[in-house]
Design a protein around this ligand. Structure first.
Ligand code: UDP
Length: 372
């Protein structure tokens, strides 16, 4: 049966779900949320596998932010579990914590050399600071430069080539800046004040956000399948802006990831939540849900990530490739949207074609709601 909605929201990830929830709750307007996939939550979706273990379908998602407003907003839909993500990189058979910090130097170098490097870093940048690997590589001091080159070659080069399918030098420096070198012994993956996991998982959180009499959700449904009997005033499109226009100007380049799950008959398999492999193995990293969720059990499931090029329309666009030519193509799509689809709002990781954390997606969706 046909229905009229105030908003059609394409995509049930953070951007779409937050926006739909606000429109329904705050404005009392009717929203139809559709998603191509068979679940809400976008790439944050989690599920219980055949062993009853809560797993992240699209790789590990750890919620971290310094923004109180985003936490306040989401706390209406979930309680939280304290979790500080820790990671190890496998370097020549040794497990070294990234982001690289003074502990990593202790693991990788003989004591005298590690101490000399640590002194040079502290003298140049000060204790407790964070510096990009590019800054270290460009430093005047030879010891600081040595550390920079070591981190670049040992941690970033191979991993980044596998992850992005191109040399690290050709990517926007914002990618490697996500993992700065830390002049301290803080070996946590993130330093944000708020680092938590939704206590019952992401899928349960999304179900609560979208459970509202004014919100209808249709899964395994794209805009073409909505049907002419259903109408709407305005549209928020959080899918690919290139897909919306039928890839008319060419496909925006994304990387996708094949997620391989394996279950072992032991309580845990990895020493920490995630191990990265900056080497010639075909995968980039392995994560273990139990560390993140804190759920006990006698079996554990790990997730192995195999990145590869995204095939438009065939698989999930996971990471927009941040390089100048891709920003130009996205700008061209923006202009096309302004000319041909002025009533459609494009937003989110795919609509804006940029890497954003979950917290940023929430913040941007709340800001978008205030604007429209
Ligand atoms: N990276 C790396 N080696 C590592 C971990 C990360 O080279 O051991 C680089 C890689 O280019 C990656 C980027 O740092 O894409 C950001 O890593 P992050 O863990 O933030 O990736 P995400 O969790 O967003 O996939």
């Amino acid at each position: 049966m046909g229905r009229h909605y105030d908003w059609l929201v394409v995509g049930a990830g953070f951007t779409g779900a937050v926006f739909a929830e606000r429109v329904a709750n705050r404005l009392g307007q009717r929203v139809l949320v559709i998603d191509r996939r068979d679940h809400v939550g976008g790439n944050a979706h989690d599920f219980r596998n055949e062993h009853g273990i809560l797993c992240h379908r699209y790789g590990p998602h750890v919620f971290h932010t310094n923004a109180a407003a985003e936490v306040r907003y989401l706390s209406a839909f979930t309680r939280w579990r304290r979790y500080e993500h820790r990671c190890c990189a496998m370097l020549d058979g040794r497990l070294v914590p990234p982001p690289c910090n003074l502990t990593s130097l202790d693991v990788c170098f003989a004591p005298g050399r590690a101490a000399r490097y640590a002194r040079a870093l502290v003298e140049r940048f000060g204790v407790g600071t964070e510096v990009t690997v590019q800054t270290l590589c460009a430093a005047d001091d030879g010891d600081v430069r040595d550390v920079g080159r070591f981190v670049f070659d040992a941690v970033f080069r191979r991993y980044t080539e596998k992850q992005w399918g191109r040399p690290v030098e050709s990517l926007d420096p914002s990618v490697t800046a996500r993992l700065p070198v830390r002049i301290s012994h803080d070996d946590r993956y993130f330093t944000d004040r708020f680092q938590r996991m939704p206590r019952d998982g992401y899928a349960a959180t999304f179900a609560r956000m979208l459970s509202h009499p004014l919100i209808d959700v249709r899964l395994e449904c794209d805009a073409a399948a909505v049907g002419t009997e259903t109408t709407w005033e305005r549209m928020l499109h959080t899918g690919g802006i290139d897909a919306y226009f039928g890839y008319r100007l060419g496909a925006l380049p994304y990387r996708t990831v094949d997620f391989e799950f394996r279950t072992y008959s032991q309580p845990t398999h990895l020493p920490v939540g995630m191990v990265t492999f900056p080497d010639d193995r075909p995968y980039t990293r392995i994560s273990e849900a139990r560390h993140l969720t804190g759920e006990p059990g006698t079996r554990t499931t790990i997730c192995i990530e195999h990145p590869r090029a995204h095939r438009p329309g065939l698989d999930e666009p996971c990471y927009p490739v941040p390089a100048p030519e891709n920003h130009r193509l996205h700008d061209a799509y923006r202009q096309l949207a302004a000319a041909e689809a002025p009533g459609v709002v494009f937003a989110g990781r795919l609509g804006d074609c940029r890497y954003i954390t979950m917290a940023q997606a929430v913040g941007r969706a709340l800001a978008l709601f205030s604007r429209v």
